[in-house]
Design a protein around this ligand. Structure first.
Ligand SMILES: [Zn+2]
Length: 222
């Protein structure tokens, strides 16, 4: 079962009927931006790189996934873009699915659908749950900190400066030490790479076709 960008394992774990499936996550490229490749990925635990090993890993849940926070998706929360109304499923319920500004039915998002289907409470972790990492791509961390659009030349240049010398983006995001990062880029970016590693960057969820956005400087409530 693919979690994709719109959901993550925590959302899938709320449906007991999905327990028998192995979760995988792949990045898509339906826009023309090549740097979107790899923002979602699978980590396989293999003894050798072969077709049989790969199939066995999937069959036996020996897969971890890398996920972008589903809050970035365009339809995570419910709302009305033109009315600037964004609501969690709980708030939507209190408002009888209606927009408090225009009175029309709200556009219902993914999280609301999960609430509708869920047979387990929020935060439930099943036995044999697969491990996963929730990561914001490096180019988007730079963009958030510097206030640059991530498609601009200066943002892309900073990205390539940090991953220079054979370092991969995942190495930077997951493994590089604070000292090593400080030698590569400025303190604010390093702090946010480390925050991202702990899942501490707050996301203002997307709704009604509006992408979710990271909230710079805030620490996510847990
Ligand atoms: Zn409205």
């Amino acid at each position: 079962m693919e979690t994709g960008l719109s959901s993550d394992p925590e959302m899938n774990w709320r449906l007991s009927s999905l327990d028998r499936y192995t979760l995988v996550s792949n990045s898509d490229l339906h826009s023309f931006w090549p740097w979107r490749i790899g923002r979602e990925a699978n980590i396989f635990n293999l003894t050798e790189l072969s077709y049989d090993e790969l199939i066995n890993a999937i069959k036996n849940k020996k897969v971890s996934t890398i996920e972008v926070d589903p809050g970035y998706g365009k339809y995570h929360f419910d709302g009305h873009r033109n009315c600037k109304v964004s609501m969690s499923p709980e708030e939507t319920k209190k408002n009888n699915n209606l927009c408090p500004v225009c009175g029309k039915p709200l556009v219902i998002g993914v999280l609301n659908r999960v609430e509708e289907l869920a047979d387990r409470p929020k935060g439930f972790i099943p036995e044999n749950a697969q491990k996963f990492f929730k990561l914001m791509p490096l180019s988007e961390i730079i963009s958030m900190v510097k206030g640059w659009k991530f498609s601009t030349k200066k943002n892309i240049n900073e990205y390539y400066r940090i991953v220079s010398g054979g370092r991969t983006e995942y190495y930077i995001l997951l493994n590089a030490s604070e000292e090593e990062l400080l030698a590569l880029t400025e303190k604010d970016i390093v702090e946010n790479i480390l925050k991202n590693r702990k899942g501490d960057i707050e996301v203002k969820p997307g709704y009604d076709g509006e992408y979710g956005i990271p909230v710079y400087g805030n620490v996510k409530e847990k």
